[in-house]
Each structure stands twice: as structure tokens, then as C-alpha cells.
Design a binder for this molecule. Structure first.
Ligand SMILES: [Cu+2]
Length: 218
């Protein structure tokens, strides 16, 4: 073997070629192994390779908020049933709920003109304190609703946010906080079937949302 003097020799050239070939084979081999590993992983984790799993299983989310859905459904059902039962048209016993989100569960209450007296029970289903999220149930004519609601703020919590000795107030419960319940029984002798009455919560600011229509039906 002769040396060209430039560091080149046939021997080195052959070693380089053989070395490259080995490196390529090893690289290809590794690629094959890696590819098979990926394929194996894919077959384990995708449904396509699991014919024993049915379509429902495959599309079923891994994590389902079943409890939450069940609770929501239960609440819907309960609300509807309770509203039907409690708010039965013409019933002399009315039950209404208020919550921590400034909501009454009823938009309308209908009592019969034949009721000797009407009892409205208010349940506060929330947890917030009376000073923060107090609710009451106040009845007035539609026309008196705004003036009474405005005057209520001045009456203060000590007076249940109900103007004192104000004959525009047709009925009113005391004001309650979360978890409490109160009721008022009143005569509807002075109320006229067909006239427009409004019930509302007179806690300052609540009347804008917490209100509904009260009707006396013949
Ligand atoms: Cu309120």
C-alpha cells in the first residue's frame, strides 16, 4: 500500500466504506425496532385494535361528570314537581323559594278568590346571611310595587325592609337568611280577581330580579 501523502490510502477508504455501511444498517435496524415499538403502543391504545370493545365503549369519554348531571336532572325534576304541587293554581297554600343568586323559583303565583286566607311560605335555600342575601316576600299592586320597593330600603333590616304602617303593603313576611323559612297568612278579601299584583323581595336591589305576578283567580 502506498501513501499518497495526503492521508489517503485504499485501506482507510475501505474501512470508511464498511464503517458507513454498518452505521446505516444499525440506523435502519434501530428505526425498524422503534417503528415496531410505536406500532405496538398504538395497537394497545386505539380502539381500532380492540374489536372486543363496542362502539359505545370507544366513544365513551374517559371521565364523565355523572354526579353533576344527575344532580342537575334531579333539580330540574324536583323544581317542576315542587312547583306544580306547591304552586297549584288556586291553592291557598303557596310555597316559594329564594336562593343565594337573587332568584325566586316562581314567576307567578295564583290563588283562588275563594280562599278564606292565603298562606305564603318562603324558604331561603341558600346559605348566605340575612344581612348579605336576605329575602322576604312582599305583596303590593303592580302600581305600588316600585314606590314600595323604593321606600323599603329606608325601612331598614330592623323592619324587615318593609315600610312601617304602609297600607300599600298588602302582605309581607319577615326577612330571612340562608337555610331559614318564614310564612305569612293574610286575607285576600280586599284583592280583586283580575287585578294586577306583584310579589317581590324588598331587600335593597333585589326587587329588580326577585319579583313575579300574583293573581287571584275566580
Ligand atoms: Cu332578596
Amino acid at each position: 500500500m502506498s501513501d499518497s501523502g495526503l492521508g489517503f490510502s485504499v485501506k482507510r477508504f475501505i474501512i470508511f466504506i464498511v464503517g458507513s455501511a454498518v452505521a446505516i444498517l444499525v440506523f435502519e435496524g434501530m428505526g425498524e425496532v422503534g417503528g415496531n415499538m410505536i406500532k405496538g403502543q398504538v395497537s394497545k391504545t386505539t380502539s381500532k385494535y380492540h374489536p372486543e370493545r363496542n362502539v359505545e365503549d370507544r366513544i365513551k369519554p374517559a371521565f364523565v361528570l355523572e354526579d353533576k348531571v344527575a344532580i342537575a336532572n334531579a333539580a330540574d325534576t324536583t323544581d317542576a314537581l315542587v312547583a306544580d304541587e306547591w304552586n297549584a293554581e288556586g291553592s291557598c297554600e303557596q310555597v316559594i323559594e329564594g336562593n343565594d343568586m337573587l332568584q325566586f323559583n316562581l314567576k307567578e303565583m295564583k290563588v283562588s278568590a275563594g280562599c278564606a286566607s292565603v298562606t305564603v311560605t318562603l324558604k331561603h335555600t341558600g346559605v348566605m346571611a340575612v344581612e348579605v342575601m336576605g329575602h322576604n316576600w312582599v305583596l303590593s299592586t303592580d302600581a305600588d310595587f316600585m314606590p314600595v320597593a323604593t321606600a323599603a330600603a329606608g325601612a331598614g333590616l330592623a323592619n324587615n325592609y318593609v315600610p312601617v304602617d304602609d297600607n300599600r303593603v298588602l302582605a309581607a313576611t319577615s326577612i330571612i337568611g340562608g337555610g331559614e323559612e318564614t310564612s305569612v297568612t293574610f286575607s285576600i278579601e280586599s284583592l280583586q280577581a283580575g287585578d294586577a299584583y306583584t310579589f317581590f323581595c324588598s331587600f335593597p336591589g333585589h326587587y329588580a330580579i326577585m319579583k313575579g305576578s300574583f293573581k287571584v283567580i275566580a
